[in-house]
Design a protein around this ligand. Structure first.
Ligand code: NAD
Length: 495
């Protein structure tokens, strides 16, 4: 496996943290130039400086990566699952051993707070280990049949999986996104999110020592590169994390070859506070649910629609406002900083537009509302809280994917549940109440893939993750994901 010496260790700043060579794609176990030679800048969203150059692949590079994956998959599929698991565990150990450096790469590239990036490295290692342990569950069954026959099923890998990721957890989405596919014997072509590419290449650099050439390939690029992967005839299985709009393109692109597709899409997640709730617990659930200190509020799970019973609304809003106003905003490599910038300029502009529309439509601004005055450079948006939001307003329905919370009041439980379910999304939901009956009633009535009661506590490993309605197709992180990278084949044998 080739590993060019980059000499980057001598350079200053970010580049000193990179072990993958700049401006290259990872295809067939080699670091190669993009075929049309295109490179672009990786930007630090906190100071708008250029961190490194990254290769921008094209459709021909996807074709080369798929060719490598097709060649590598049969042999990799013949490895015992325990041998594949051992490779995944080794990668997990390397991630942990290099946690500080990898977290710094993600933080500089994405703007996520350093503590969040450290947690992402740990979650990456955990995902690899979890699926390494689960690999043996991808077995088949025996079916009663006629005497002298044996009917059984086997689960076989697809061969090549295309994995396209979103930008908010750059490293974690790569590691989580390939673990199940790899342990079941597939080769993978990864198209990382274009604004945050660097750690996907660092992941490839780590995998290089554990996986045979061609089993993992990483081809950065934009939408057209993603489409080239989605429409490639030799990639029968596509796994996607990103927006609903792109999810639709993925389904359309995958239709011609009748591909198997899983989609992890956006959310506009309700948090329902009942009149018997403790206001502190409710405000804490809304605050923690926004993931301000992990991804600056750029979270598909964020509790961005807070529906509070009128009897508690002013108290919950006051506590939430105080906690949001106390967040320290700045350069996210500083461990004293709670919230960093939006990951890239276009998204920063988008978040500001959502805020401007909310103001124009009559939502009451309580905290934040734009760029902090003391941070003239970087894509910073202050954590922003709107109260008096009406269900007809855009801010009540559109995913901002930023540090913006909308509070709505309610008096009737059925109506609150109706409003909670009234968007196209159905990823997560939260319920805050001290009444078990209410908790169960509301949890069952909410159309969401995940419901938290009394606070967004960590999901134990293996908890199925995914959305209802437009928020996605399929479930990840558990046995369903493992099996989704296999096809079941029935074999009838006469003896
Ligand atoms: P996005 O849809 O803009 O991009 C996601 C990926 O798709 C990127 O790699 C992008 O380059 C690629 N892409 C864009 N157009 C494409 C096309 N036509 N064909 C193929 N690939 C294409 O999403 P984003 O801005 O990176 O991420 C934010 C969105 O992702 C939000 O909606 C968020 O809620 C969602 N998200 C969902 C989850 C989840 O697990 N459900 C997790 C994180 C983010």
């Amino acid at each position: 496996m080739s590993r060019p010496e980059t000499g980057q260790e001598d350079k200053k700043g970010m580049v000193a943290d990179l072990r993958a060579p700049e401006g290259k794609l990872f295809i067939g176990g080699k670091w190669v130039d993009p075929l049309d030679g295109k490179v672009g800048p990786a930007e630090n969203p906190a100071d708008e400086s250029v961190l490194a150059s990254v290769a921008m692949g094209g459709a021909e590079d996807i074709d080369a990566a798929v060719t490598s994956a097709v060649a590598a998959a049969p042999q990799w599929g013949r490895w015992s699952w325990t041998a594949r698991s051992a490779a995944l565990r080794s990668m997990a150990a390397r991630l942990r051993a290099d946690s500080d450096r990898l977290a710094r790469v993600d933080t500089l590239d994405s703007g996520n707070p350093i503590a969040g990036s450290i947690a992402d490295v740990e979650a990456s290692a955990e995902a690899l280990e979890f699926f390494a342990g689960l690999g043996g569950e991808a077995g088949g069954t025996t079916i009663p049949g006629a005497p002298g026959t044996l009917t059984f099923t086997e689960r076989v890998p697809f061969g090549v999986v295309g994995r396209i990721t979103a930008y908010n957890h750059p490293l974690m989405f790569i590691a989580q996104g390939v673990a199940a596919a790899l342990v079941t014997g597939n080769a993978v072509v990864v198209k990382p999110a274009d604004p945050t590419v660097l750690s996907s290449l660092e992941f490839a650099r780590i995998a290089e020592d554990d996986l045979p050439p061609g089993v993992l390939n990483v081809v950065p690029g934009g939408a057209s590169v993603g489409q080239a992967l989605v429409t490639h005839p030799d990639v029968p299985r596509i796994a996607f994390t990103g927006s609903v709009a792109t999810g639709r393109h993925i389904l359309l692109g995958a239709a011609h070859h009748i591909k198997r597709v899983s989609l992890e899409l956006g959310g506009k997640n309700p948090l329902l506070v009942f009149p018997d709730a403790d206001p502190e617990t409710a405000a804490d659930a809304a605050f923690r649910g926004m993931n301000f200190t992990r991804t600056n509020g750029q979270s598909c799970m964020s509790t961005s629609r807070v529906l509070v019973h009128e009897s508690l609304r002013s108290e919950v809003v006051a506590i939430l406002a105080e906690r949001m106003a106390a967040l320290r905003i700045g350069a996210p490599v500083d461990p004293q900083v709670d919230v960093g910038p939006m990951a890239f300029a276009a998204h920063y502009e988008r978040v500001l537009e959502h805020i401007a529309t909310a103001k124009a439509q009559g939502a009451r601004l309580v905290v934040g509302g734009g760029r902090p005055d003391d941070l003239p450079v970087g894509h910073f948006v202050a954590p922003t809280l709107f109260d008096d939001v009406d269900e007809s307003m855009s801010i009540a329905n559109d995913e901002v994917f930023g540090p913006v919370v909308a509070v709505m009041g309610w008096t009737d439980e059925d109506d609150a549940l109706r409003v909670a379910n009234s968007t196209d999304y159905g990823l997560t939901a939260n319920v805050v109440t001290s009444d078990l009956g209410r908790a169960m009633r509301a949890s069952r009535a909410l159309r969401a893939g995940i419901v938290w009661v009394n606070g967004p506590n960590p999901l134990p490993p293996g908890t199925p993750f995914g959305g209802m309605k437009a928020s996605g197709l399929g479930r990840e992180h558990g046995t369903e994901e493992l099996l989704s990278y296999t096809e079941e084949k029935s074999i009838v044998l006469r003896y």
